[in-house]
Design a protein around this ligand. Sequence first.
Ligand SMILES: Cc1cc2nc3c(=O)[nH]c(=O)nc-3n(C[C@H](O)[C@H](O)[C@H](O)COP(=O)(O)OP(=O)(O)OC[C@H]3O[C@@H](n4cnc5c(N)ncnc54)[C@H](O)[C@@H]3O)c2cc1C
Length: 406
Amino acid sequence: MTLSLSFPPTRTEALTRLADFVPRAGRDYASQRNYDRPGHRDVSTLSPYLRHRLITETEVLQSVLGRHSPAAAEKFVQEVFWRTYWKGWLEMRPQVWRDYQHGLTAALNRVQTEAGLRAAWESACLGDTGLDAFDHWARELASTGYLHNHARMWFASIWIFTLRLPWELGADFFLRHLLDGDPASNTLSWRWVAGLQTQGKHYLARPANISKYTEWRFGKGLALDVSAAPLSGPPHPPRQALPETQRPDPDRRTGFLLTEEDLSPGHALTGITVATSCVLLGTAGRSPLTVAPAVADFTRAATEDCLNRFADRLGTPAGLFETPEDVADWARAHDLEQIVMPHAPVGPAADRAARAARLLADDGIPVLRVIRPYDSLCWPRATAGFFKFKAHIPAFLKEIAGSKAA
Ligand SMILES: Cc1cc2nc3c(=O)[nH]c(=O)nc-3n(C[C@H](O)[C@H](O)[C@H](O)COP(=O)(O)OP(=O)(O)OC[C@H]3O[C@@H](n4cnc5c(N)ncnc54)[C@H](O)[C@@H]3O)c2cc1C
């Protein structure tokens, strides 16, 4: 049964999972990936590892393309690039993340004052709506920290169009429970289902589709609204420039700042000697409500796994900090002249790191971000829709094959 799915928070597990999945990443994945079957053997279940970069997109793509032709692996390769596309898209439009946070605050305020909304929201989160499929996925998510992509689409659609709940509350429910909870993939996928991302185009879950792809476990007698109109919202904010890598000075006394956004930080350690290191945790910032303990535990243990693997470069970290103030105190206490960090994309870790940078500006201690070559290669192409982005995949793969974009 799916409820036994577990995610040991180590890179070793990510590599084992990848090796096990690679033989199925070609035509099997293309034909079977839409089935939401117990155990989820038709998909990779690599997302908690990719999201925190315990394993990187480049490693996954190289392994899969080492075994399958680009044509055979096309579907899987495209899915990996969906993640990359969403990250790049949000990086150029951080306002969309802030608007989501404001929308969520407003929805949570409504929950405080509208008893009917509060009851409906609570029963949706508890898997107690009487819609058997939806209730199953709510419970599966809460107990495993994972949902199949198709189940995420159906769930979000039912949340928005049948239960008529604010989409931000659903996105927040996911972010509090998904081990792969990601500001870009989650926010933009919910917006896509709602019809806000590709404006006017929404995703309506249909009982027949649910029946087919759950192999008739669910769908029969499911009363869904299959004629709801898409949500409407303001146009996308204008694009802003992507952040650029900031080069550290090898002669300055350097502190290394790790976040849960990149737990393969070797690329940011080139050419520097680390005097001291620390971790700035961002997990609690995923939601104004309490993030599920399993999510916080996964992220912390994955971070510790990284620290063990990089102990020769990072030493024993001075602390796993929750606040930017702690980071500023650490930098001052160690007389640092610069801090280097793997870039944290839009989200709570980036917000906290930016605040630490502001606190340290008066001390003349810059916080320098190093952007992974893979992101520098791909993100600039996320200017419009995925269709345009997709056209660049062959060029990305050529670079990756030459190992220039780790
Ligand atoms: C409403 C909604 C919310 C979502 N929230 C998240 C989230 O918070 N974090 C997250 O990582 N993904 C999210 N996704 C995308 C997708 O559902 C998951 O990445 C995927 O189900 C993870 O399972 P897997 O590793 O077995 O995927 P596989 O099918 O094996 O795909 C391999 C990898 O490609 C990437 N990927 C696959 N599909 C997508 C997609 N549609 N969008 C972006 N990346 C993709 C993931 O990194 C995944 O690990 C969401 C999708 C929807 C519809």
